[in-house]
Design a protein around this ligand. Structure first.
Ligand code: MV4
Length: 508
């Protein structure tokens, strides 16, 4: 191990992000007595993170490339304001090794791992080599980019079909192709490679054996600069749509104490071998026989970190800021005890009845859920216009309860309280998942949500009238009959006043 740098007191932090995660970080700073600097684009002048920070500075026009991705401007603002550190949040510059390095060179703490660890883990082929060196189980296949189609054929026959072609620089399923046989390999190889070249500027692809119907389970890690690394249990993230997580939970219903310890210890081995510090996540695929395989490492604080916080009772942002200052982790592995169950729903401005089409716009009404065991990480308000320039996530709703069943019921209750008017949201879509027998029995894998969505939704036999007409007809029916109406777009469980609220908000 390298010798630890001297600890440096953090007095002022710049948050290089927006939305709920910027607010989450500002809240942690308030609790720790750290001053905050927000940055914003022209679309975010009136955003909550700007309001909550001690000071705020403009970056530029709305497009991320001209604002939240401008590392040079962000570093300049950090220097000008005397910030000691920059927290990148998730997305934007959070996994950009060049930015982390620029911070290091400017003498500003980057709240995340060192640039060299980001580089090692940022390439999937390099990360697979590191996993081998650290003795982690990984999916069989190549650990280097394929040099030719001949090599691809050789490797594929060696590991056996079906196989998966993946981009070394990839993420989000881009440059990924499942291949069933020799006959399909050549065209998949060239299309995956050119897709990767376009998306990431690198056409490097490699091969893995295809794992059928895997679960996506990830281990949360925390490492200090003194060679200590601990795991904070796992998150079950199998409920996904188009490589976007929809629901996450902690712990996973299928992970035994023994499996958790083996996955956790494997994850810690890789982090220590890579010289990793700060918060990070190791993703695994888990097959039907509960074999686990290293997939990749995310070198940032993740969207779904709150479910880990709920079941461990730890504040991950506090701990990130602590270790970023060079202080030792204040807890050891045996201090980490999991208690209860937490579920997170990602609330999006998107229309489930229209192929999840993004639906940014003016929020005309907002009634947020609360009560026992409910946490909401959110940065929208009534009167705020959700910009179309960024990811349309509105809020993360988190339910915590002693058991998984109670957490699901609590989430259903909270979703029922939640009213967002003016824009379409996926709030009611969660009811379908949370009341589904397979979800409730934890029979979930990465194909689960697509299977649920391909089933015909309940009700609806006649041809559908226009959505406005449906909502209005339902409200009228209720006003006249006093009974809840059931339509395709209004689930039966929605309360009457909420339906009229929705109707009012629909054409604001
Ligand atoms: C796989 C796989 C099956 N076998 N690799 C998709 C995104 C990328 N990060 C990894 N992915 C997968 N890799 C092998 N060898 C199935 C997936 C996969 C998936 C993984 C995690 C979460 C959701 C997913 C949805 C479809 C496919």
């Amino acid at each position: 191990m390298l010798s630890a740098p001297p600890s440096r007191h953090l007095r002022k932090l710049l948050i290089a992000n927006r939305g709920e995660i910027a607010l989450r970080i500002i809240r942690a700073c308030r609790e720790l007595g750290i001053a905050t600097v927000a940055v914003y684009s022209d679309a975010d002048r009136a955003a909550l993170h700007v309001l909550h920070a001690d000071e705020a500075h403009r970056l530029g026009p709305a497009p991320a490339a001209e604002s939240y991705l401008r590392g040079d401007l962000i570093l300049e603002i950090a220097r000008k304001t005397g910030a000691d550190a920059i927290h990148p949040g998730y997305g934007f510059l959070s996994e950009n090794a060049a930015f982390a390095e620029a911070c290091e060179q400017a003498g500003i703490i980057f709240v995340g791992p060192p640039a060299y660890a980001m580089r090692m883990l940022g390439s999937k082929t390099r990360a697979r080599q590191a996993a081998d060196a650290a003795g982690l189980p990984r999916v069989p296949g190549s650990v280097k980019g394929l040099a030719s189609i001949e090599e691809a054929h050789t490797v594929a026959r060696e590991i056996g079909y079906p196989v998966m072609l993946k981009a070394a620089a990839g993420g989000g399923g881009k440059g990924m192709r499942a291949v069933a046989s020799d006959a399909e390999l050549a065209s998949a190889f060239s299309s995956a490679s050119s897709e990767a070249e376009r998306a990431f500027g690198s056409g490097e692809v490699y091969l893995e054996k295809l794992i059928a119907q895997p679960r996506h389970i990830e281990i949360q890690l925390l490492a200090d600069q003194h060679g200590h690394c601990i795991y904070l249990g796992e998150r079950e993230c199998s409920v996904q749509r188009r490589h976007q997580k929809v629901i996450e939970e902690a712990p996973s219903a299928v992970v035994s104490e023994d499996l958790r310890r083996r996955m956790g210890e494997a994850a810690v081995r890789l982090a220590l071998a890579a010289g990793y510090t700060n918060a990070g996540t190791i993703e695994f695929l888990v097959d039907a026989d509960f074999n686990f395989y290293f997939l990749e490492m995310n070198t940032r604080l993740q969207v779904e970190h709150p479910v880990t916080e709920m079941v461990t009772g730890l504040d991950l942002v506090h701990l990130q800021l602590l270790v970023a200052q060079g202080l030792p982790l204040p807890i050891t592995q045996s201090d980490v005890q999991l208690r209860g169950h937490a579920i997170e729903c990602r609330i999006y401005a998107e229309d489930p009845d229209n192929n999840f089409f993004p639906s940014p716009g003016l929020i005309t009404q907002l009634v947020q859920p609360g009560g026992p065991g409910i946490r909401e990480d959110c940065a929208v308000y009534s009167g705020w216009t959700v910009p179309l320039d960024y990811d349309p996530m509105l809020s993360k709703l988190i339910a915590y309860a002693p058991t998984r069943a109670a957490a699901i019921d609590r989430m259903l209750r909270a979703l029922d309280e939640y009213v967002i008017g003016g824009i379409a949201t996926n709030i009611q879509f969660f009811r379908r998942i949370l009341t589904d027998a397979d979800f409730r029995a934890a029979r979930i894998d990465t194909g689960y949500l697509d299977r649920l969505l391909s089933q015909t939704p309940v009700a609806s036999s006649a041809p559908e009238p226009a959505p406005d007409a449906v909502v209005l007809a339902a409200a009228l029916f209720e006003a006249v009959s006093g009974a809840p109406a059931s339509t395709n777009s209004i689930p039966q469980s929605e309360s009457r006043w909420k339906q009229s609220g929705r109707t009012g908000g629909l054409r604001a």
